[in-house]
Design a protein around this ligand. Structure first.
Ligand SMILES: [Zn+2]
Length: 166
């Protein structure tokens, strides 16, 4: 039970961390060029809002892995947007970018740990769990299932993943 309390606390901390990151970022976005108001600024805001929403959703849901993985993808996108803004010199100073990156990395590390924990938790039942390709019905390993869910959002065998890609 100690363990459960521990992970409960982590969940709230990560949500708070994301919230703090938004508080930090919003004023910075005001200093971006006006021409970016409806493009990069909006992309960043949208992305940050999604990251926060996924954190809240994951806290509320019993099965969290899919939400956490979506959050992970969104966080990666956000990192790219922030990097792009930096390279276009939209941040007033390099310090703001450094601080923003530090916060992104911190959230990323917490999220990585959370995902790992969730997988270990569900790993206990993985032995008796059988995964099948939802397209052709072939049995697939938990590893390919995980890969496919992460990359395609559905359970596909290797062959169906290939044809899905083409
Ligand atoms: Zn298949």
């Amino acid at each position: 039970m100690d363990n459960q309390l521990g992970s409960y606390e982590t969940q709230l901390v990560i949500q708070q961390e994301v919230y703090d990151m938004l508080l930090y970022a919003y004023p910075l976005l005001d200093h971006f060029p006006k021409s970016q108001k409806f493009s990069l600024v909006q992309d960043i805001k949208r992305s940050m809002d999604l990251v926060l929403k996924y954190a809240i959703t994951a806290n509320k849901k019993y099965t969290k892995t899919t939400t956490l993985e979506k959050m992970d993808v969104e966080l990666a996108a956000l990192k790219v947007y922030i990097r792009l803004a930096f390279e276009l010199h939209f941040f007033k100073g390099e310090n703001h970018y450094m601080e923003m990156s530090r916060r992104l990395d911190k959230v990323g590390k917490m999220l990585g740990g959370w995902i790992k924990a969730e997988k270990e938790k569900s790993g206990n039942t993985a032995i008796e769990k059988t995964y099948v390709c939802e397209k052709c019905g072939t049995k697939i390993t938990p590893k390919s299932y995980e890969y496919s869910m992460r990359n395609f959002g559905k359970s596909l065998c290797y062959a169906c993943q290939k044809s899905h890609r083409d």
